[in-house]
Design a protein around this ligand. Structure first.
Ligand SMILES: *Cc1c(COP(=O)(O)O)cnc(C)c1O
Length: 412
């Protein structure tokens, strides 16, 4: 599956059932009974595939996981309580105290603080690189690091990485690559390009409705001579030997989800699937809209810098044309020059919803420096592209002309 026609067909056909209840079934139980002592033993040793306890998985989550694994071309997936839950699960499952994690790109605030503050307290060090520092990235990867994490599109700096190059580098050096594909589901398919794990905040575009917090990690199959068998991953080798193809899934469940409990809940997964059903349709609409709005604002706003990779003045416009033919997600940014001007624009606009979310069916906007990035140092803001006048906009399903007109009137 790699076109929107196929995704549209697959998603509606698979989220719904043909017989009995058509909508996904919500299984709200926290615990599950076992038929016999033998079945209990089998469930715990993994030989029987029935639910164990909701912290370790639940039939509603399992449906969402199966659909996500299929659209990514992965072997399996794990739904989590949030996007941060998915990132925290994967990183804590794969890393030990004393390890480094290489972070390529701008970065969502939560991922940045997870690595820079929280994992640092447990002895894991984050090393950050700009997407264009390819020489330094290569030198670091070849020095033996275990894990690299990258965003398919920088949020909110809108830089476009050379994803295939980073994937190839990681594969050449037996390094695991996690791609945060939150803003480009269906558009970029990291596992098919050779990445190991793709993670999402399903709170965003996958749901689209702002009704469910959720995350998901999707894993590739582990093969016989897999890079995961490199001695640098010896801590997880007992699990790899036992779980074989499904090793990433087992590593995450046993080394993170079991003990930290970042598990998704059934009702959340149900709501996520209601959004997932129309993901392809909405993705096409939003990605068309964002380019129209970016162009109209670029032409219509004076003294405000409009930033989007579809605009010719963007530093990665060529990459946009060659690698993001279906778009690069719902975001564009406006640099108003000062906090006061940004606040005035936000407060004058009539259609925007001011919120910390992105990827909603509605158009959302937020001033960055006074909210998500308020605790960041000037140096960190500089690296992440956060200026005093920066507004992040997430374009929705509305008429792009109406949205652009609203921005333009708000800026008068
Ligand atoms: C929102 C977001 C996250 C975190 O997801 P939550 O569901 O809010 O925990 C991670 N990465 C990116 C790119 C995001 O936009």
């Amino acid at each position: 599956m790699n076109n929107f026609e196929d995704f549209n067909t697959f998603l509606v056909q698979n989220v719904g059932s043909k017989t009995r209840a058509i909508a996904p079934t919500i299984t709200p139980s926290a615990a599950f009974g076992y038929e016999s002592a033998e079945e209990a033993e089998g469930i715990f040793d993994g030989s029987v595939q029935n639910p164990l306890y909701a912290r370790m998985g639940n039939p509603t989550n399992a449906k969402l996981e199966a659909i996500m694994a299929k659209i990514e071309g992965g072997t399996d997936a794990i739904a989590t309580s949030s996007g941060m839950g998915a990132i925290a699960m994967v990183l804590t499952a794969l890393l030990e105290s004393g390890d480094e994690v290489v972070c390529v790109g701008g970065f969502f605030g939560g991922t940045y603080t997870l690595v820079n503050e929280t994992l640092a307290r447990f002895g894991v060090k984050g090393v950050f690189f700009d997407v264009d520092a390819m020489k330094d990235i290569e030198a670091k990867i070849s020095s033996g690091v275990k894990v690299v994490i990258i965003e398919s599109v920088g949020n909110p700096n809108l830089k476009l990485p050379l994803l295939q190059k980073v994937i190839d580098l990681c594969n050449a050096h037996n390094t695991l690559l996690i791609v945060d594909n939150t803003v480009t589901p269906l558009i970029i398919q990291p596992l098919k390009m050779g990445a190991d794990i793709v993670i999402y905040s399903s709170t965003k575009i996958i749901s689209g409705h702002s009704a469910a917090l959720g995350g998901i990690a999707v894993f590739r199959e582990v093969g016989k001579n897999d890079k995961l068998k490199d001695t640098k991953y010896s801590a997880v080798h007992p699990i790899v030997e036992k779980a074989k193809k499904k090793a990433f899934f087992a590593i995450c469940k046993k080394r993170a989800m079991r003990d930290f409990g970042m598990s998704a809940n059934a009702f959340g997964s149900f709501l996520t699937m209601l959004g997932l059903e129309t993901l392809a349709l909405r993705t096409e609409r939003v990605n068309t809209n964002v380019q129209i709005v970016a162009k109209l604002l670029f032409e219509g706003l004076r003294d405000i810098e409009v930033r989007h990779p579809s605009l010719e003045n963007h530093e990665h416009h060529d990459r946009f044309k060659s690698n993001f033919s279906d778009g690069c997600g719902p975001l564009l940014t406006l640099d108003c020059g000062s906090k006061e001007k940004a606040f005035a624009l936000l407060n004058n606009a009539k259609l925007l919803t001011q919120t910390a979310n992105i990827g909603d069916n509605r158009t959302l906007a937020l001033h960055m420096r006074s909210t998500i990035y308020r605790d960041f140092t000037p140096k960190e803001c500089d690296f992440l592209g956060i200026t005093d006048g920066l507004i992040r906009v997430s374009i929705g399903l509305e008429s792009p002309h109406t949205i652009a007109e609203d921005f333009i009137q708000a800026a008068q």
